[in-house]
Design a protein around this ligand. Sequence first.
Ligand SMILES: Cc1cc2nc3c(=O)[nH]c(=O)nc-3n(C[C@H](O)[C@H](O)[C@H](O)COP(=O)(O)OP(=O)(O)OC[C@H]3O[C@@H](n4cnc5c(N)ncnc54)[C@H](O)[C@@H]3O)c2cc1C
Ligand SMILES: NC(=O)c1ccc[n+]([C@@H]2O[C@H](COP(=O)([O-])OP(=O)(O)OC[C@H]3O[C@@H](n4cnc5c(N)ncnc54)[C@H](OP(=O)(O)O)[C@@H]3O)[C@@H](O)[C@H]2O)c1
Length: 251
Amino acid sequence: MSEPWTKGKVIENRHWTEALFSLRVEGPGLSFEAGQFVRIALDLKDADAGSRVARPFSFINPPEDPVLEFYGIVVPEGPLSPRLARLAPGDALYVATNPAGFLVLSEVPEARSLWLISTGTGIAPFLSMLRTEAPWKRFENVVLVHAVRYARELVYQELIREIGLKRPSLKYLTFVSRESHPASLAGRIPAAVRDGRLERAAGLELSPPSAHVMLCGNPDMLKDATAALAERGMRKHRRRNPGHITVESFW
Ligand SMILES: Cc1cc2nc3c(=O)[nH]c(=O)nc-3n(C[C@H](O)[C@H](O)[C@H](O)COP(=O)(O)OP(=O)(O)OC[C@H]3O[C@@H](n4cnc5c(N)ncnc54)[C@H](O)[C@@H]3O)c2cc1C
Ligand SMILES: NC(=O)c1ccc[n+]([C@@H]2O[C@H](COP(=O)([O-])OP(=O)(O)OC[C@H]3O[C@@H](n4cnc5c(N)ncnc54)[C@H](OP(=O)(O)O)[C@@H]3O)[C@@H](O)[C@H]2O)c1
């Protein structure tokens, strides 16, 4: 493998549910921008001994925090995530030394409102961003949207509450799609974009030129939400053709 790898040591593996976990890792000092990801890896010890399995994970920690934090879900048939979920304090893992990714605020053009819209573990890069100064200096309003299947998957409540206390312009909206949860919107994000429920819940317009949307998580959500936003005149942002939507797909 040509990537430069360095070793990290797990200092905590918090289990939120049977499937959801957060790893805190003492590791190398890495230079990155909030919103980026890095590849993490384990060497397989069982039948596939000899091979290293690596996957990208977004940082939850802000860049200045020396402890790296990653938020994951167990994909039962996946080669890496079930193994990461089983790591215990003191265990080692590999961390690549070259963080990357374009889901970063330095790539986002001027707007009044920043909408950070996620499903599942796709909230990770937005939590890193919200712990930096950039969103609060650049945008009048910041809306964090997190869609999950079940209410118990609404993780990092304490951190989000702390950020909200410090940054009163933060609006935090949730979707719970597979059970009734009165504090959350029901159903899926694209439908709520189309019928105006998301705008009403935020009390903000979701249209150009005032809004910029960052989408992260399930690729089907990215596709369907991009289509719903396109009906409002929003298009993908590109350096050479500025727009209003920035996306990062997790698979
Ligand atoms: C840029 C980028 C950043 C990422 N950041 C994160 C992160 O912060 N946290 C995280 O948990 N994953 C993240 N992922 C996904 C991660 O790299 C792995 O794919 C995931 O951990 C599963 O690994 P695996 O080897 O067990 O299974 P894989 O072989 O990688 O995936 C098998 C299948 O699992 C499903 N899947 C993969 N990732 C997810 C997921 N996150 N949520 C739900 N279903 C999934 C897909 O259907 C996929 O085809 C990111 C992916 C990319 C491309
Ligand atoms: N969540 C669990 O309990 C659990 C447990 C064990 C393992 N896993 C693993 O994790 C994977 C799923 O990850 P996840 O729980 O983060 O689920 P996910 O399927 O990405 O769902 C997260 C949220 O995104 C929504 N969503 C899905 N497709 C969408 C679309 N096209 N447009 C808009 N919204 C959409 C879901 O709504 P809907 O509910 O309407 O689909 C849900 O609210 C599974 O494949 C499995 O391997 C999950």
